[in-house]
Write a protein that binds this ligand. Structure first.
Ligand SMILES: [Zn+2]
Ligand SMILES: [Zn+2]
Length: 306
């Protein structure tokens, strides 16, 4: 076992590891990106449109164009509405049922929460107000239905025919000066096996992190072995603490002397290596005291050093 570990060339292993991690990382990003492509595009455009509207000067035509673009390409969008300050509908990207009236006014579903809303003549529709962060999580992981179900069980809704209702996510952007706002109304269609893909990705990352962790411990194990230190102690410490342990190991070695010939770590006060007999320190010719590198006189007897 020790012989095998002694032979490992960790420089080569590290380079190989980095190359594999990069390749797998790129592969993983392409894989996930591909599976969640439409959802990610939606999130990107959602932020882009929101940002544009929130600026002091915005070009509503440009925004409309972008809204049309995402409406055509996202299966999740029910409608995107632009409203003025008085909640009158200025624009609807899909001309859905939701935009059939002049106005779009949201009423609180009940007084318990600011999350659920209805519209006057849309009894079968519940809108769930969604923040940016929630939108991302819900869009990518689609836990929308389960969360609503949970709230339902917690009696946010007291409705017998709950299952007949349509549930829409509603996120919005607003311009504080003009009061114009955009309602993004979505119905979430989960990515098939989306959660499994995320789990696979996380498991892969964990796997490579574990390999890294073990490699560091093995490297220190090898180094301790060469330095005639206890490899089990140091390897074990690194296995438990990783980088913190590496730091302790480096400090420990710096506070001791490493023989330049055989790499044995030993007391810095040794004159000769305890393993191979190589001279480690110069000594005073008169009294034998160890001389520090740049000293001009012996610290014990005052002898001039040549
Ligand atoms: Zn030595
Ligand atoms: Zn001396």
């Amino acid at each position: 076992m020790n012989r095998f570990i002694e032979k490992i060339n960790f420089k080569k292993v590290a380079i190989l590891y980095i190359i594999i991690v990069l390749l797998v990382g790129i592969g993983l990003m392409i894989f996930i990106g591909n599976k969640f492509q439409n959802k990610l595009k939606f999130i990107y455009n959602y932020y882009n449109i929101s940002e544009k509207l929130e600026k002091d000067h915005y070009n509503i035509e440009e925004i409309k164009e972008q809204i049309n673009n995402i409406s055509d390409n996202s299966e999740d969008i029910v409608d995107v509405l632009i409203l003025n300050k008085e909640n009158q509908i200025l624009y609807s990207s899909k001309n859905s049922e939701l935009a059939k009236n002049k106005e779009f006014i949201l009423n609180k579903k009940n007084n318990q929460t600011n999350k659920y809303f209805t519209i006057p003549d849309g009894d079968n529709i519940i809108f769930r107000l969604t923040t940016d962060k929630e939108l991302i999580i819900t869009t990518v992981l689609s836990n929308f239905e389960t969360e609503i179900q949970k709230n339902y069980e917690n009696e946010v809704f007291y409705e017998k025919n709950f299952n007949d209702k349509k549930l829409y996510l509603l996120s919005y952007a607003i311009n504080n000066t003009t009061g114009e706002k955009i309602y993004f109304i979505n119905e979430m269609h989960p990515v098939a096996n989306g959660k499994t893909y995320i789990k696979i990705a996380l498991a892969t990352i964990m796997f490579f992190f574990m390999i890294y962790w073990i490699l560091v411990a093995l490297y220190i194990y090898q180094n301790a072995l060469k330095s005639k230190l206890n490899p089990y102690l140091w390897g074990g410490l690194i296995l438990l603490t990783n980088l913190a342990g590496v730091l302790i190991y480096i400090i420990y070695k710096q506070n001791n002397k490493t023989c330049f010939k055989c790499e044995t770590v030993q007391s810095r006060n040794n004159v000769y290596c305890i393993s191979c007999g190589t001279k480690l320190n110069e000594t005073c010719k008169k009294c034998g005291t160890i001389i520090n590198g740049k000293d001009k006189y012996c610290s014990k007897c005052g002898e001039k050093i040549e």
